[in-house]
Structures are given as C-alpha cells and as structure tokens.
Design a protein around this ligand. Structure first.
Ligand code: IDP
Ligand code: MG
Length: 148
C-alpha cells in the first residue's frame, strides 16, 4: 500500500484547521499510519526543504516551518502520493481551485497550510525524516474491501 508524508504546517495549527484538513484526507479514503504534533527544528526543516536551498524564499520558508507546531501525518492508500497532492491543490493558494484544501483555505504562496510528498521515492525519504519506525503502525482497514 502506498504511503505519503503530509504536514499540516504551522499556519494550519495556528488557524485551528487541523481537523478540517485531516477530514478531507480521511473522507477520501486515505488511512492514518502515523500522526504527531511536533515543533520542527531548524535542522529538520533544512533537511525537509533541502531541494529549495538557494531559492529566494528559502530562508523565509524555514522560518515559517519552524515558527510553531506542525502536525505530521503518514497516510496510506491506493495512489496515496497523487491523491494527497490532488486534495491539496496548487502551491499558490490564490491559484488553487476551490474544492482543494489550499483552494478553500489559503490565498498565500508560502502560508499554504499543507505539505505533501511529490513522489513515492520522496515519500519514503520524508517519512524516515519525520518518523521513527516505532511511531508508525501497520493494520488492516476493516472497510478496505469497500473503500479500495
Ligand atoms: P509544494 O508544497 O506544492 O510541493 P514546492 O514548490 O515544493 O511546493 O515549495 C515548497 C513550499 O515552499 C511551498 O509549499 C510554499 O510553502 C513555499 N513556496 C514555494 N514557492 C514559493 C514562492 O514563490 N514564494 C514563497 N514561498 C514559496
Ligand atoms: Mg514540494
């Protein structure tokens, strides 16, 4: 079963949108494999956003991600990476279509509420960055025959 790393960034926590956002992923059919609230360190933020090092928004992005608690999720299900990305919508909240998380709740490019892995390979790397193996669960969804 494919897994993806989803972060509900500090703006989602501060704006009390955690429940509102989590329900979107659950209702779609993705299942929780890991969940925690943590304060992201500078070191973790640097590793997580290493691909953006050198870009004009890099420092601001690190400040944002470390500015308050983040909810980290591992979600699993069929095509979890692509499904996660499509529920999130485009990076820029102003351009994200209504019906998506960013389209419904964000208008900023930076403060866009969620992170989602962009490939199964990156998902595996990101999950290992944010979670210890003992923090992840393995179980069979009792409704999997119906949900898919
Ligand atoms: P993604 O989150 O949709 O995958 P990325 O291009 O990977 O988007 O960018 C990572 C994060 O960096 C975005 O979610 C957003 O918070 C921030 N970001 C991306 N582009 C910009 C920008 O042009 N200005 C400010 N922040 C940006
Ligand atoms: Mg990205």
């Amino acid at each position: 079963m494919q897994q993806t790393l989803i972060l509900l960034k500090p703006d989602a926590v501060q704006r009390r949108l955690v429940g509102e956002i989590l329900i979107r992923f659950e209702q779609k059919g993705l299942r929780l494999a890991g969940l925690k609230l943590l304060q992201c360190s500078r070191e973790l933020a640097e590793k997580h956003y290493a691909v953006h090092k050198g870009k004009p928004f890099y420092e601001s992005l690190l400040s944002f991600l470390t500015s308050g608690p983040t909810v980290a999720l591992v979600l699993e299900g069929r095509e979890a990476v692509a499904v996660g990305r499509s529920l999130m919508g485009l990076t820029d909240g102003a351009k994200a279509p209504p019906g998506t998380i960013r389209g419904d709740f964000a208008i900023s490019v930076q403060n866009n509420l969620v992170h989602g892995s962009d490939s199964p390979e990156n998902a595996a790397l990101e999950i290992a960055l944010w979670f210890a193996p003992t923090e992840l669960t393995k179980y069979t969804g009792v409704d999997s025959a119906w949900v898919g």
